[in-house]
Structure formats: structure tokens, C-alpha cells
Design a protein around this ligand. Sequence first.
Ligand SMILES: [Zn+2]
Length: 671
Amino acid sequence: MKINKRECRKFADPGLKMNRNHGLLHAEEVKYIVRTAVKNIGKKRLLVLYIYLREQAAAGNFKPVWTMFQSRTEYVTLCRREDGSTRWSAAAFCNLQRDYDFSRRCAFYMTGDEERVTKFCKRKVAKGFTSLYFLQSDISEKRQRERKLKKEKEIRERMKAVPALPRNIRKMIDREIMPHYLFYSYNRKRTDMEGFCSACKTEVLVTGVKHNEKGVCPACKAKVTFKSRGKRGMIIDRDTLQVIQRTSGNEIVVRFLKRYSQYGDERKPYISVYENARTFLSWDDTGKTSEECYYYSYGNRNSLTPWQPGSRPVFSRWQYSFEADQTGFLYEKNLDKVLKGSPWQYSQLKEFYLAEKEPLYAISYLVQYKRYPMLEYLVKLHLYRLAESVAFGNHYYSSDSGFNPNGKNLKEVLGFDKAHLPMLQRVNPGLGQMKLIKALIHANVELDEELLRWCGDYSISRPENILVPLKHMTPYKLVKYVNEQYARFCKKSPYQSSGYYQMEDILTDYRDYLCMSEGLELDLKNSFVLFPADLKKAHDKVNDVSDKEQALVYDRQIQKQFEEMNQQYHFVKYGFAVFLPHTAKEILEEGQNLHHCVGSYVKKVVKRESTILFVRKASEQSKSLCTVEIQNGELAQARCYGNQAPSPAVRRFLDVWEKEILHAPALAVAA
Ligand SMILES: [Zn+2]
């Protein structure tokens, strides 16, 4: 039976008076005076502690600031605020004040008060406040144990809804997830070498294979890695597998299985498969979903369940933890059945996974699908890279990628007319390539599927890196040349001091080289100049020019751009005109006239990273007014005197120019 708070209120202040001559009332080191009583309240025998502020009592105010009611199994305290209002507190005696030394600032009014406490608390050695402290600690510990037990029982009940793992799971792991090896004994001729296949567990003869080479077993045709018995050490592999199962009408669970295997003895590998985490995903009638995760805790013997709520604690966020990693393969055989009737019935998770069979984090896919239902159509259309960026990227979708997963129809989503769809399906672009395709269309460059596919495979996305070389060569030759350079100069290890990491880095250097070569008026018709054998060297050479020569190169390049592109951007309306600069000097002067930093853009303009345009009054075309920067076919910024934004009149002009010139509808592209 619980303490009856309503009854207790009647006993909150017994109206006790104190003797003004009592020494305690004048003891400076005492902050609180405690008087006690044992009373029957609500059919319960309770110890009552009245706690007074000594200063108030000395001034003749005998209202307790706290009244604590203590039974054998619980305690509760009525707190009185200065204005006389009250509230209940569950704090223990020593925590009534935020004072670590609270009990020592308290004193019993009479020895009888202390004896009453000691007798009630029934501690063997302790007395007074200490005995009260022990009683209350025991009570709160017991409460915590009960709370923990209740939670553990709840978790145990929750886990009962999780069905057994699919029966064929071990087979599937062995066959589809585990890497297999063909161990062989090397001989000099490399012919008829005796081998053993870990997939079909049979003896085979292999010829002409190399250590660590990938291939297929001649007997069972499984994909294997060849391992020379003399060269191999211990082989350790580990992977994660996700299994999704239904736990109720409105809940699924994603289970994370870990597989660890170790080839010491090639015929008797040590293999361990264990489950180490579960995440429940439930939904309500409105389709709103919630997520609850648990991890398997190895060291918790006193618990009713090994499952702990929350995500697995990791040692460091920056260090890889295999146990905490939830990216993995997916058991897809039961998915249709499991997801039927759930919010993910049409999510295409299975189809997406089967397209590549690469490890993924299924929960991210499911959560993102709820936000972007278009994911279904992207997968159905085989636009897997875009689907991937929606399902796993943390993107802010800006308009210049030309891709908007919030769109209501395909045209809104892709930013392209339906006519382009077959081309997009063949290219399988990522977000970066969508931006690239848009820029190519704006520059009136014919879309080459082979080239775009290559850009997708190597995540190439900067339009100028493609546009500049295409002025001088066919897409085929561009891909061929850059592939060759990559094969020769790509970095094989992070410790290599020179070399390229990514295909895009080579393209950036190549564009730079071509822009400088144009400015130097080198003969780009000559294939030795156009395709230097060592790009890095050639690039450094054309950039190593005297200041005087560089100024000349910059001027020529900007002049060339004027001739090439001014037609494309030039526009006159509402008494304003927009055009490209003729020389580097003009850009520097524009910056000086308008007190902004466009002067520092000369190099970027020369290397075609951005395009600078001048907006001026049509009647005063030699007077600076507003400077515009274009990047990736989008207006990046427009600045007037002192970096100010353009006036409404200029703004109106720019709006029309953007619509009619910059964003002119793309020409039809051969589909
Ligand atoms: Zn085999």
C-alpha cells in the first residue's frame, strides 16, 4: 500500500513551537533544525520529519520548509515554497537541497528526535541521519532493480514476436555472401597444379593461375580467389547480412547477422554466424513510422535478456567498428511477403538490391522511401545511381543538379522531358552527371552516351572539364586519352607523392593544359600537342611561363572566349546590354571601377571555371554598372558598386535574360 499523500497533508505542519532560549536556534553552523514524530497516517505507521530553517525559527517563524513522510518501503516529501504554496518531491533526505553536505548542516531539536529515527530505521550500527540514509538507499536501489526488471521483461516480450530465422539462411550465406577460395600448390610450369575449392569442396587441377587472382572454379564455376598454398597466410573475412521479418500487423524488424570466417586449415575453416542487432520499424494508421533499435550485449549475465535498447556503443566515431557497422548484404528471398501490406510494399527495395547486390543500409532506404516515394519509379526505370543518391545520400537538392526527388511527375523529378528518358536509362547518371547533362544541353553539345556512361562510372561532374576538350576532339578520343593517362599515372597507394587519385583530377589538369595551350597559341591540330604523352609534365610546362607571357596568354584566352561565346550570351533589353569582356584588363578595370573583387576571377575565367559578364546601360557601354558570374550554366552572382545587389531595373533585365538566354529551352536531343 502506498503512502496516502492526501492524508499526509493533514500532518504537514503540527504547529510546534520552539523554545527561544534553545541553544540550537543561535548556532551559526546549523542551517536546518529537524523534529520528528511517528504517526499512523492512512492506516500506515510513518516516521515524519519536520525540517525548519534555523534562521526563520530564530525569528519566530515555526513553519517547516519540508515535511518528509517515511514508511518502511517508501518516502515522499512535501516542500513548502516561500509564498506558502506546496509541491511533492521524491528526493531522498540527503538530496533535498543541492548541497553535498546537507545532512551535516542539519541538527535534531532534541535527542528524542534522533532516537525516534534510529529506532524506526532499524540499522545495526548507524543512527540518526546515517540510519535514515541507509534505509533510503536500500529503498531506491530496490526501486531501480524493479524498474530495470520491468524494462527487461518488456524487452523479452518484444523479442518473443521475432520469428525464427529463415531455414535456408546458412546455405545462402555460404553460397552467396562468403568469399570462396581455390587453394593450389604452385609448380614452375603453372600447369595442372593441385587445388582444392572451398565452394564445392572438391579437388581440382588448375593451370596458369596466379596468387590472389580472381576467377572461377573449374568444377563448380563458383567465383573464387586463387591462393597459392605457399604464399597465403591466415585468411579472415567478415560481413554483415540484414534479414527483414514481420513481427506484427504494423511492424517489421531488421536483423543484423554477422559472419566471421577464418581459413587456417583450408578444409576446416572456422566460421561463426551470430546476430548482433535488431531494429524495429513500426507504423500507425496514418502511415507514420517509428524506429526502435536494440543491440546484443555480451557481458550482461545478470540481465533477463541480452538485448539492450539503443545503438551499440562504439569506442570512437572515427574508428571503424565491425560490430556497429550496419551496412551489409540483404536477404531478399522473403521481402515480397514481408513488405506486403506495409508502407514499403512498393518501395522496390528488393529490385534495387538485386541490381548490384552491393552492401547497403536497408533502413536508410526504407526511411528515405517514405520521404521520397519517387524512389519506386527511379528503381523501376533502372536509374539506380539516382535512386542510390536518394536512398543513401544526405543531399540538399539544389536546382542546378537538375534533379528534384520531390517532383510530382517524372519530368519534375528528372528536370528533363520524357523524350530523354531512354538515353538516361542507358547512361544511368548520378546526381553529378544530371548537372553535367544539363550543362551540355545548354552549350548545344551533342550528348554522347558512351562518354556520359564513362562520366557516371568515374563520378565526373564538372561541365567545363568535358566542354573544353570537346572543342578539340571527339568524345571517343577524349575518353581513350584520359583512360590511358589514368592507367599510367593513377596513384596506387596513398603514400605516392605524385599521381592522380581520380579521373576527374586528370580532366581538370587536361582542361587547364588546353586553356593555357590555346592562349599560348600552340598548334592543337598537332596530335603531339593535343595528346601529350605525359600530361602532368606538359601541364606544368605550359603553366610555367613568365608574368609577361602569362598576361598575354590570359588576354588571348579571354579574347577567344569573347569570340566563341559572346553570341550565346549577348542580349539587349529595357535599355540594358550584357556581354563578355574582351581582355583580362577589362575584368581588372571592372573590379576597380565597381570596388569589388572580380579582378581576382581572371584566372578562373581563363581556365573556364566561371564566366564573367558585364551588364551596362545600352547607351553607356563603356561605363561599369553590374558584373555577373555564371557557373555550370547558372547565374552564380550579380554584383554592383561595392558588392551591392543589382537595382530593381537591372534585376528585371537579368530575370528576362536568364529566362530567354541562359535557360533557353534545350534543343531536342536524339533519344
Ligand atoms: Zn568449386
